[in-house]
Ligand binder design. Structure first.
Ligand code: ADP
Ligand code: MG
Length: 613
């Protein structure tokens, strides 16, 4: 074939491959145009995942009749006029290719009216063929209607995913825009149902953040506002406890533009490294304001990537600001935690325990169901505490014969003879490990790993015996979720799958948990449900997927429900876990194959101290 210039229509179709990869990209381009036109209310209407219809209406500046055809022509833009402008971009668009690209692969209607024109003007384009200008009805502003995306291009249509997936993508885009531009009202009507209607926010953007991500996000987030050498970073950072199983709550805006960027991602990951578990993802909504001359937004056709001219400086600024903010969230020292967080005791027994784990002289031993607690001394003697004596602050209990303590088994030699494999808990180390004393010496238990395994095995055997029994909650627990997660909840509810949680969808963005297995009740219910739905909403809709996933889901639920680090346990709770471990199959390893406990014998300890040599 000889070389020839491609016709415009084909050029536009090729460009459309990059700019309008799917319906959500159409939504993004059109809404960004409305933002550039300074619309204060933008309405988005979609049908059939956006492939049948995407309609965006705004009340912005509008276009005069004489410019409509130009707007649909390739490389025509009102936003830049020179190379200098390209270095100082403040608008969302500037490439002048969205409208012609979309018009090349769909049926597009553009109708616009400037603020001072008496009437709107309208034009239709059918797969690149432009019609004639016509007067039309319409308020000042612009309306763009895109019908039957890719209908003439079967190769592209094939790549469209299920409606649910496409809707999920649209939701993601709209959510990012809603967060980026709190002062703009945004409405989404999907298949005739209003998914959300966000009013323009005058004052505190926290309100908008709350309506988009759920008020629980703002409630469990730190606010941040840092400025240095021309850069400003502000927004919300979810506390480590509000972290997610997926990186699906990470919003970063550079001068109001949603951006994915490696420099940013790296700085954020580093800042969270010492406060977040491996495998957990932080949640954040962050706005970076930077001189437009310092950032190149023209590196990606969909403008979702940027390049910082001084990426090192930006990286360091982000890291320092975030790290500084997060430093305030570290767990309090154990002493303080114990003093403040222990359940207050009626009997004085627990009050004593609150101090004992950290005293070298004594540790509270086997849990008792009643009001009597047993104390075990380091040399193996077992004592029982009598709750009927006045509450005695045990403190560093140097005298085992003080009032309130009754010597039970004075013989140190026999004390260990019947002691359980994992012994009795002495205390917690850094909120992560349980220290216990057994016949051989010291036992160290990874509390999360152990609890996870115990929970998983218990759920599996219940499931194998029929179904996992759940307990009805007195009050259903409502949880704010995204529309995609609520969809997932609906499918999950229909599937009748037994994973220890019963929930239903109770609103466009709300689910309610009605019942839960006692095994899962120790964890953070909200987080558990969010993680479960987050994961389910990723799936493209294979009806058997849930069933195939059941085991993996059980493991996951167990992991999420398991006690996480920095949770303060009472000694009875620790001992209960040790006893559960002894009863549980495969308890020596967690579900990820890591060990759950190790033994340090007295002989090992002696070697540390070169004793007996
Ligand atoms: P770009 O946004 O990169 O300039 P587009 O193809 O998206 O390119 O739009 C072309 C031009 O059409 C814009 O520069 C703008 O002048 C005009 N335009 C598009 N949408 C709107 C709108 N909603 N309101 C006013 N003008 C618009
Ligand atoms: Mg544009």
């Amino acid at each position: 074939m000889p070389i020839r210039l491609l016709p415009d229509s084909l050029v536009n179709q090729i460009a459309a491959g990059e700019v309008v990869s799917r319906p959500a990209a159409v939504v993004k381009e059109l809404v960004e145009n409305s933002l550039d036109a300074k619309g204060s209310r933008i309405q988005v209407v979609t049908e059939a995942g956006g492939s049948r219809l995407v309609k965006v209406t705004d009340d912005g500046a509008g276009m005069p009749a004489s410019e409509l055809k130009l707007a649909l022509t390739r490389h025509a833009t009102s936003k830049i006029g020179s190379l200098t402008d390209l270095d100082q971009i403040r608008s969302m668009g500037f490439r002048g290719e969205a409208l012609p690209s979309i018009a090349a692969v769909a049926r597009l209607r553009l109708s616009s009216r400037t603020q001072d024109a008496g009437i709107a003007t309208q034009i239709d384009v059918d797969n690149g063929r432009m019609g004639e200008l016509r007067p039309a009805q319409g308020a000042p502003g612009t309306l763009v209607e895109v019908r039957d995306l890719f209908f003439a291009i079967p190769a592209r249509r094939k790549f469209l995913k299920s409606e649910r997936t496409e809707n999920g993508q649209i939701e993601e885009i709209l959510r990012a825009i809603a967060l980026a531009q709190p002062s703009v009202g945004l409405t989404w009507v999907r298949d005739g149902h209003r998914v959300f209607e966000l009013e323009p926010m005058e004052g505190d953007p926290a309100h908008r953040i709350g309506s988009v991500l759920g008020s629980s996000f703002v409630g469990s987030a730190l606010t941040l506002d840092a400025t240095a050498s021309g850069l400003r970073l502000h927004g919300w950072v979810g506390l480590p406890t509000a972290s997610r199983g997926q990186a699906d709550r990470q919003f970063f805006f550079v001068n109001g533009r949603p951006v994915r960027d490696r420099v940013v991602a790296h700085a954020v990951r580093q800042a969270f490294a010492d406060v977040l578990f491996h495998g957990r993802h932080p949640a954040f909504v962050l706005y970076l304001e930077i001189d437009p001359g310092e950032v190149d937004v023209n590196v990606h056709p969909a403008k979702s990537e940027v390049r910082f001219r001084q990426s090192r400086a930006v990286h360091d600024f982000l890291f320092r600001s975030l790290h500084g903010a997060l430093a305030e969230t570290r767990p309090r020292p154990p002493q303080a935690t114990l003093a403040q967080d222990m359940p207050s005791a009626g009997s004085g027994v627990e009050g004593g325990q609150a101090q004992l784990p950290w005293s070298r002289e004594f540790a509270v031993g086997a849990a008792s169901s009643g009001r009597v607690a047993e104390l075990r001394s380091p040399w193996g003697g077992l004592y029982q505490m009598d709750p009927d004596t006045p509450a005695a602050p045990l403190g560093p209990a140097r005298d085992p014969f003080r009032p309130g303590l009754r010597h039970l088994r004075p013989d140190p030699g026999t004390a260990h003879a019947h002691s359980p494999t994992l012994g009795y808990a002495l205390g917690q180390l850094h909120g992560i490990y349980i220290l216990a004393e057994n016949a051989r010496g010291l036992v160290l238990v990874d509390m999360h790993a152990a609890h996870e395994r115990v929970t998983f095995e218990a759920m599996k055997s219940q499931r194998d015996a029929g179904s996992i029994p759940t307990q009805q909650l007195l009050m259903p627990r409502r949880i704010d979720v995204s529309a995609a997660e609520a969809d997932a909840a609906e499918r999950f509810a229909e599937s009748n799958l037994s994973v220890g949680i019963e929930l239903t969808r109770t609103g466009p963005g709300e689910v309610s948990v009605h019942a839960i297995s006692a095994l899962l009740a120790t964890g953070d219910l909200e987080r558990l449900v969010r993680d479960l739905l987050g994961e389910l909403s990723q799936e493209s809709g294979d009806p058997h997927w849930l069933l195939r996933q059941q085991d993996a889901m059980l493991a996951n639920v167990a992991c999420r429900a398991a006690m996480h680090a920095h949770r303060t346990l009472t000694l009875p709770e620790m001992n209960a876990l040790l006893r559960d471990m002894e009863r549980t199959d495969r308890a020596d390893q967690c579900n990820h194959g890591r060990p759950t406990w190790v033994q340090l014998g007295i002989d090992d300890l002696d070697r540390f101290f070169l004793r007996g040599r």
